[in-house]
Design a binder for this molecule. Structure first.
Ligand SMILES: Cc1cc2nc3c(=O)[nH]c(=O)nc-3n(C[C@H](O)[C@H](O)[C@H](O)COP(=O)(O)OP(=O)(O)OC[C@H]3O[C@@H](n4cnc5c(N)ncnc54)[C@H](O)[C@@H]3O)c2cc1C
Ligand code: SF4
Length: 453
């Protein structure tokens, strides 16, 4: 199976911010590793990759062995190497940091190992699949949680059928990651490894719904009837926008962040509207930081991040803010968005107020001029909440997250497991992979009769 994207996508204009190591660079970096016996980097990795072992294998030029060590703990070890916020995970915990010396570049070494083994056509990077059991599992959504779960189910001998409403697999790992970290085509190349496993089947363009009313749909109830287990990994839904009191701006100039990023990554026909000179991104999380940084790299002269609280309260990573600033993004703290300023159908900017503790202060409203606005204030969970409810017994918490037993990732429905963003409310790819590992272990125990459902 080959997933293809049209060329001419805006993301192709981005250069990589962490270019791949050459062999000599990788070996030199691997030789700096102290191979700590109680390595803190392993604990800091949500999938607990045996980092010192894979690094040692790079140093001894056993690259395929190194890739096997990585993939045995994390089947999406290639994507994770490129997209993990290593500064706050493995690399952030490297002992070199304590001595004021440069930490080992674990992500870059991980990429080197998997990419080199893959490019050299190394075989058997995944363990040999167990014989088919005849059991089958439906996976809802083809984001990293399901892709990782499908690979592990297939290796355990269970048929894994992944239903994805979009045209491409990979979820936000394909269509959300900032292009200077990884482009959609690389995410899709990795998925092909999984799609090539005999017991994995992707059914893209098929939405799981309550009642089928046309082509490209399958009913949630039929999945419960036809499969031995269901893995729910539907992510956290589309962009939340400002409320009705904000009015409406011209659609091509007021956009939701994830929808916009998806277009620059996946839609070869998409271009920014003409003459965008001054853009505003509303929000203080990582998606807002990504969108602002991407606008600058695309050549928008002035890009402002408008956040209703202070810099120290931002949920976005400090290292991402600092990288965005280096590329010219400006942060405007303590400004609450009020409404879009539109005159004769043309966007003039964003009406904002000074904010205290995130709330607008009366009498301080002013116009913040802008000709393009990206809204990055979180996700609208209504649709995905509705979907989760189609599986009787599946519960949601007050924040709309699917409730699971953390030890097994099983939901209140004995046949349904869940993982990824829909469970943790939106974290990282590596967390989705770890959820998949926990859930698959329990699904396998259940299907193999180790414990009763
Ligand atoms: C802009 C952005 C940038 C990010 N950057 C990073 C990063 O640099 N590093 C990092 O580690 N993480 C990053 N993340 C987070 C990461 O992408 C997510 O944590 C990860 O993709 C979650 O995986 P998932 O499988 O749970 O959900 P998703 O990736 O959201 O996938 C869910 C899938 O389910 C499908 N679906 C939903 N409903 C249905 C239905 N009814 N029927 C069929 N299919 C359905 C969706 O179409 C989607 O493909 C970023 C997220 C965003 C929004
Ligand atoms: S998966 Fe991510 S956190 Fe874990 S070792 Fe690799 S880069 Fe670090």
């Amino acid at each position: 199976m080959k997933y293809r994207l049209d060329s001419g996508r805006l993301e192709e204009r981005f250069a990589e911010w962490k270019p791949a190591y050459t062999k000599a660079e990788a070996i030199a970096e691997a030789n700096r590793c102290l191979y700590c016996s109680d390595a803190p980097c392993i604990t800091a990795c949500p999938t607990h990759i045996d980092i010192p072992t894979f690094i040692k294998k790079i140093a001894s030029e056993n690259v395929a062995g190194s890739a096997r060590t990585i993939l045995s703990a994390n089947v999406l070890g290639y994507s994770c190497a490129r997209v993990c916020p290593v500064e706050v995970l493995c690399v952030g915990k490297c002992v070199y940091n304590q001595w004021g010396r440069a930490p080992i570049q674990i992500g870059k070494l991980q990429r080197f190992a998997v990419e080199t083994a893959w490019n050299e056509g190394a075989r058997g990077l995944f363990p040999k699949p167990l014989p088919a059991t005849g059991k089958k599992v439906a996976l809802v959504g083809a984001g990293p949680a399901s892709v990782a779960a499908a690979a592990q189910l297939a290796l355990a001998g269970h048929k894994a059928v992944v239903y994805e409403k979009g045209a491409l697999p990979g979820g936000l790992n394909t269509l959300g990651i900032a292009p200077y970290k990884m482009q959609a085509s690389d995410a899709l190349d990795e998925i092909e490894w999984v799609a090539d496993l005999e017991l994995v089947e992707f059914r893209c363009g098929v939405e799981v719904v309550e009642r089928v009313s046309g082509d490209g749909q399958v009913a949630a109830s039929s999945l419960l009837e036809e499969y031995d287990a269901v893995f729910l990994a539907i992510g956290i839904g589309g962009d939340a926008m400002l409320g009705a009191s904000a009015g409406a701006g011209p659609a091509e100039r007021v956009v939701g962040a994830t929808e916009w990023i998806e277009r620059i990554k996946g839609d070869a026909a998409y271009r920014l509207p003409s003459n965008v000179e001054r853009a505003v991104v509303i929000g203080g999380g990582n998606t807002a930081l990504d969108a602002a940084h991407e606008l600058r790299v695309l050549g928008v002269p002035e890009v402002y991040l408008v956040y209703r609280r202070s810099e120290t309260e931002m949920s976005g990573y400090a290292h991402e803010l600092s990288a965005a600033r280096k590329d010219g993004v400006k942060l405007v703290e303590n400004r609450a968005p009020l409404s879009y300023a539109v005159e004769n159908g043309e966007l003039r900017g964003l009406n904002v107020a000074h904010a205290s503790a995130g709330r607008p202060v009366e009498g301080t409203a002013e116009l913040f001029p802008a000709d393009f606005i990206v809204v990055a204030i979180g996700q609208d969970r209504a649709r995905h909440t509705q979907l989760a409810r189609l599986f009787p017994g599946v519960e949601l918490d007050a924040k709309g997250r699917v409730v699971v037993d953390p030890a097994t990732h099983r939901t209140g429905n004995r046949k349904v497991w869940s993982g990824g963003d829909c469970v943790n409310g939106g974290k990282e790819v590596v967390n989705a992979v770890e959820h998949a590992k926990i859930a698959v272990r329990d699904i396998c125990n259940t299907l193999n009769g180790a414990h009763h459902g």
